[in-house]
Design a protein around this ligand. Structure first.
Ligand SMILES: *Cc1c(COP(=O)(O)O)cnc(C)c1O
Length: 468
């Protein structure tokens, strides 16, 4: 139904003093589209019987254009207690990596250019040597992420052939992403052996035929099978693989470059240990425990890595210059293990002292106590447990401190807490916590600038948004 009123013309609005600055900033064409869309929305609003005031229309369009200013991808404060949170972008990069990104981003660089002889070079050469010296592997390649590493390895080494894998290792990682499906898409056929809880060397041995391309071991880093269990070690599988002349490929998932027990953390197999145990190719993520940019690293036997590099899929999965620069500078930090915890944010957060976490929790707690009504909320510093996340030490937690905001009985309910969490997510730098036992828990382990967070809480109008 056509409304019985006249709206201002597009041209009049485009030339309005209040809107013209947006045309300068974002282009007249984009603003014109926004104006047209806005007017069309008014026209189709069925209940409209009178035109909105001219000023109201200008203001509405202004609001639309203001939103263009804000990127949808923004920094947040991770108070979830999961240090490597996949939904929050996993590892936070060290400063040296950020500088490296800036340097190769603002100027051309020798990404695939050999400065010695002026000929074409290989992009993976920028990290290959470092990966090898940190893992003991002969050669390395890097791709978009570890899932891409699995695709590339299987598509290169096992297309239309069989991959022998234990039933206990058919992992599903976040986002309903299942390794068996990825593997099938790589063109390889999975030959599952053993049972969920027990797999023996002879299970693998019995499954090897003419069609077998490789043996695969997957580290089930996001769950553990306990009780009546048996799995085959890397070393035993490697011996079998060698005897039968087929490669052993290990998907390590998180994979660390150094033994983290050195910093009092739970032990995870290092990439070097897996290489030494005899795996021919080890795959691991760059943005999990390693603490670098999103990428997948494949390290191992030089012949196999050469085959990976020749697969046309490598081109589709390769890393760009920004992430290569960041990865290289993160790997360089590993050359100096004594200073690693001070420089690599992931390790710094994982190894923070309880005292320093508690000091942050006290500051954040005091800030909330100052702005939230004590009649509605009880705010306190609590002991809590952090997780590493991204499938590293899935079954272990790290003692931590945080702030708990609980509704007082009878005064507030779960909705109040959810509304408070929503208000914190709406802050200029959103605060992301977790809901636990009808309370909001803000684990302070991953907090890196408590002052900024305190200032933000003190300046926030929470009373308005959550009837504090
Ligand atoms: C995390 C993980 C992957 C996927 O790695 P992305 O870097 O997220 O692609 C694959 N396999 C295992 C065992 C993992 O833990």
């Amino acid at each position: 139904m056509e409304p019985a009123f006249q709206l201002p013309s597009v041209d009049r609005l485009l030339n309005d003093e209040a809107l013209r600055p947006y045309a300068d900033l974002y282009g007249r064409a984009r603003l014109r589209d926004a104006v047209r869309e806005y007017l069309a929305a008014i026209r189709t609003r069925e209940t409209a019987t009178a035109p909105p005031a001219y000023e109201e229309i200008v203001f509405g369009i202004q609001e639309v254009a203001e939103r263009w200013r804000h990127s949808s991808l923004k920094a947040v404060v991770n108070l979830t207690g999961t240090v490597l949170h996949t939904n929050l972008g996993r590892a936070v990069l060290p400063e040296s990596a950020l500088r490296a990104i800036l340097r190769v981003g603002e100027m051309p660089c020798n990404l695939e250019y050999d400065l010695d002889d002026g000929r074409r070079g290989e992009r993976d050469d920028h990290v290959d040597e470092l990966v090898c010296s940190l893992t003991g592997a002969e050669a390395a390649a890097v791709v978009n992420n570890n899932a891409a590493g699995v695709v590339l390895a299987l598509n290169t080494l096992a297309i239309r052939r069989e991959v022998v894998i234990s039933r206990g290792e058919l992992v599903e990682i976040g986002g309903s992403f299942r390794m068996p499906e990825i593997k099938a898409r790589s063109g390889a056929r999975l030959r599952e052996v053993g049972t969920t809880n027990r797999t023996y060397v002879r299970d693998y041995e019995d499954a090897i035929t003419q069609r077998t391309a490789l043996l695969m071991k997957v580290h089930t880093s996001n769950y553990s099978i306990r009780g009546f269990t048996c799995s085959v070690s890397e070393a035993d599988l490697a011996a079998l693989a060698r005897k039968r002349g087929i490669p052993l490929v290990t998907d390590l998932g998180s994979g660390s470059l150094l033994d983290l027990r050195r910093w009092g953390l739970p032990g995870e197999p290092t990439v070097r240990a897996i290489v030494e145990a005899g795996a021919d190719l080890v795959l691991f993520s760059g943005d999990k425990l390693l603490g670098g940019p999103q990428c997948g690293i494949l390290a191992g036997n030089a012949d196999l890595v050469r085959k990976l590099a020749r697969n046309p899929l490598k081109r589709a999965l390769r890393l760009d210059k920004l992430r290569l620069a960041a990865l290289r500078s993160v790997l360089e930090l590993y050359l100096d293990p004594d200073r690693l915890a001070a420089k690599l944010p992931t390790l710094r957060m994982l190894t923070r002292s309880l005292d320093s976490i508690e000091a942050d929790a006290r500051a954040v707690c005091a800030a909330f106590a100052g702005v939230l009504s004590p009649k509605t909320y009880e705010v306190s510093v609590i002991d809590c447990q952090s997780q590493v996340g991204s499938g590293a030490f899935a079954t272990e937690t790290l003692p931590s401190h945080g702030v708990r905001i609980a509704p007082r009985r009878g005064r507030a309910n779960d909705r109040t807490i959810l509304r408070l969490h929503a208000a914190l997510r709406g802050m200029p730098t959103p605060l992301i916590g977790r809901i636990e036992n009808h309370s909001l828990v803000l684990d302070c382990r991953s907090l890196h600038d408590a002052h900024a967070v305190v200032a933000q809480i003190e300046g926030a109008d929470l009373a308005h948004s959550v009837d504090a």
